[in-house]
Design a protein around this ligand. Structure first.
Ligand code: RB5
Length: 146
């Protein structure tokens, strides 16, 4: 699976942990930045990740900031993106089974590295349940045209 990942300064340390997990899982990983702890603006990293997933250049995206919230708000502005902020294992599974989330947002100031690793592993290995959930995801897509 091809994964594109990005963070702001608030997510830079957790991003390195997550990248290690992704490599262990044999994923192809591209990092759009940021590259240091200087203060940056999270939409500047949410945008390329979201666009690369929406355009099919990558299968999934992972965004990390302090809370995951700003990244998810920004990513969800891009057509075709269903970004879920996740801070527990159950939501990680449900965001895939029910919502077919294609971008995962994590908060470095919210989840520790061990929990983040579990969330990422679950999120990458859980399939969309389809059925009635397909209709609901289609209705989300219809909202984008309004
Ligand atoms: C940066 O201080 C912080 O606001 C950002 O990382 C993120 O948490 C925003 O949602």
């Amino acid at each position: 699976m091809r994964i594109v990942i990005g963070s702001d300064h608030g997510g830079i340390h957790l991003k390195e942990t997550v990248k290690k997990v992704l490599h262990e899982l044999g994923m192809e990983v591209a990092d759009v930045g940021c590259d240091g702890t200087d203060s940056v603006d999270y939409p500047d990293y949410a945008q390329p990740v979201a666009e690369k997933v929406a355009q099919g250049e990558f299968d999934r995206g992972i965004l990390i900031c302090g809370t995951g919230i700003g990244m998810s708000i920004a990513a969800n502005k891009v057509k075709g993106i269903r970004c879920a902020v996740v801070s527990d294992e159950y939501s990680a599974r449900m965001s895939r089974e029910h919502n077919q989330a294609n971008v995962l947002a994590l908060g470095e100031r919210v989840v520790g590295p061990g929990l983040a690793e579990n969330i990422v592993r679950i999120w990458l290995t859980t399939e969309f349940a389809d059925g009635r959930h397909h209709r609901r995801v289609d209705k989300i897509a219809a909202l984008e045209g309004k």
